[in-house]
Design a protein. Structure first.
Length: 507
């Protein structure tokens, strides 16, 4: 009978249970090992690492037996990548050679890289492994350096193992359970140097639009000359967003843990992602082989900031259109379909022309109207239509820059955002940006006079059905911020000004 151990690999953002089977094979040279089951180069090299690490434990016993060992990784149709399978490979191999009884091997999930000395090194994926262990009621064995990440999952027993002999001791019932705090208690935030909205001088209308975007989860586009505060505002958006709820934090952590170790101190912070404008479509929405989440998934439940929007390759921006609408990314790779979450608040910034000063009226811009139109023409109409709020910023005047008092702090604005979101959650269970089309009119509670006025808006502004629905969502958010039960003409007019980008933010 083969000796078996359990490990895990990542498929997209999901941890997949891998069964490692070790069995005698006369097709393998005496004392040798061969691994099958779609292993990548790192897994194949892991066989050499684990054999060297197991040397002091096994001695020359494998060679005396006169046979080789075949290591099979199941399921066979999932590609196995990464260093995390070193430890389960070593456990199965040692258990097979030492003839451990099968009952000792059940109930444990192993994760870690094996050093040539037999030490267990930390790897990516401890959070997903802990979720998998909880799902299958297994105990997790991992390197001590992975403990902080694994502790974020409430439930599965965790054994820290520093060496391969420590892991074998767990099988013998001699391991020491980790007794640290678990779940949310393990993710106590530590004070950090934070940026604040009070650092923004002037730009009162842009601040109002940013608060509206945070309150309702609306996408926002900031347009203005260099130095007008577009990036300054965008990078402070997360400071006025509510902390992630436990379920949202776990969902976000599952995505980030697929790429790098988690920071428990930032567990509840909304993520902020700012990819460079040379990013490819795959880097924005995900993909590759093996599949990895893109920037819009890494910004899930947080903010995706696209600075210098027209400088992004057009094909990269166009792939964002579906995720901006559906809030998920559907990927098909290698005959398998995967759905990655992509519910991010998108804030973008752009200059009005190549030099950035078009329309300033100070003579600095040398761009022709046609050049400015060509620059804006890099962005398609369907993409622009998915931005609910568009704000034109003017350069901050010297008086505001030097004499203007500090604006409201992020804490004050965040309190209003939380109150507006509380009203939305009590009414519909979600923010207005995610409100279903079928419920928008009902939730707005427009009077018959306001319905006629809104119809005139649609006709005069030539709004599409999508744009009209998005305008209503913004108006509903403005009403929530004002504590109004119904949406009125005031909110509809302000929402329309944001959709047309007519708000001047220098006043």
């Amino acid at each position: 009978m083969p000796a078996t151990s359990l490990g895990t690999v990542l498929d997209g953002i999901d941890a997949v249970l891998v069964t490692v089977e070790a069995r005698t094979s006369f097709d393998v040279p005496a004392g040798g090992c061969r691994v099958i089951g779609l292993p990548d180069a790192a897994v194949k090299e892991g066989v050499l690492r684990m054999r060297m690490g197991a040397g002091p434990i096994l001695g020359d016993l494998p060679f005396k037996e006169g046979y080789g060992t075949l290591l099979n990784l199941a399921p066979a149709d999932v590609r196995k990548a990464g260093r995390g399978l070193d430890l389960p490979l070593a456990i199965a191999y040692c258990a097979h050679v030492l003839k451990y009884p099968e009952e000792r091997l059940g109930g444990f999930l192993f994760l870690g890289e094996i050093a040539l000395s037999g030490d267990v090194r930390p790897v990516t994926g401890a959070f997903g492994a802990a979720l998998l262990a909880k799902r299958f009621r297994l105990a997790l064995c991992c390197a001590p350096e992975n403990l902080d990440e694994a502790r974020l999952v409430e439930g599965p027993p965790i054994y820290p193992v520093r060496t391969l002999p420590d892991a074998l001791a767990v099988l013998r019932g001699e391991g020491v359970l980790d007794a640290g705090p678990r779940g949310v208690r393990a993710a106590v935030s530590t004070p950090a140097t934070r940026i604040d909205l009070s650092e923004v001088k002037g730009q009162w209308t842009a601040r109002r639009a940013l608060e509206t975007a945070a309150a309702g989860g609306h996408n926002i586009l900031l347009e203005g000359p260099p130095g007008s505060g577009k990036s300054l505002l965008a990078r402070r958006l997360t400071t006025i967003l509510p902390a992630l709820a436990e379920g949202e934090a776990l969902e976000s952590a599952r995505i980030h843990a697929a790429l790098k170790p988690l920071d428990p101190a930032r567990f509840r912070d909304p993520p902020f992602r700012s990819p460079h404008h040379l990013s490819t479509p795959v880097s924005l929405v995900g993909g590759g082989h093996p599949v990895r989440p893109g920037e819009i998934s890494l910004a899930h439940r947080g903010v995706l900031f696209l600075d210098e929007l027209p400088e992004f390759p057009r094909e990269a921006l166009e792939v964002l259109r579906e995720p901006m609408e559906e809030r998920v990314v559907h990927l098909s790779r290698g005959g398998r379909s995967r759905t990655l979450p992509a519910d991010a608040l998108i804030v973008a910034a752009m200059n009005p022309c190549p030099c950035g000063h078009y329309g300033a009226g100070d003579g600095r811009c040398r761009c022709t109207p046609q050049a400015a139109l060509r620059y804006r023409g890099r962005l398609s109409g369907p993409l622009l239509e998915r931005f609910d709020l568009r704000v034109r910023l003017r350069a901050v005047e010297a008086r505001d820059l030097v004499e203007s008092p500090a604006g409201e702090s992020s804490a004050d604005v965040a309190a209003r955002v939380r109150e507006a979101r509380r009203r939305q959650n009590e009414r519909q269970g979600d923010v207005n940006a995610r409100l279903a089309d079928a419920r928008i009119v009902e939730v707005c509670g427009l009077s018959s006079d306001d319905v006629r006025w809104h119809r005139t808006q649609i006709e005069q502004l030539a709004l599409s059905a999508r744009a009209a629905r998005r305008l209503l969502r913004v108006a509903r958010t403005l009403a929530d911020m004002a504590g109004e039960i119904r949406v009125g003409k005031k909110q509809l007019a302000e929402a329309a000004s944001y959709r047309l980008g007519e708000q001047g933010a220098g006043d």
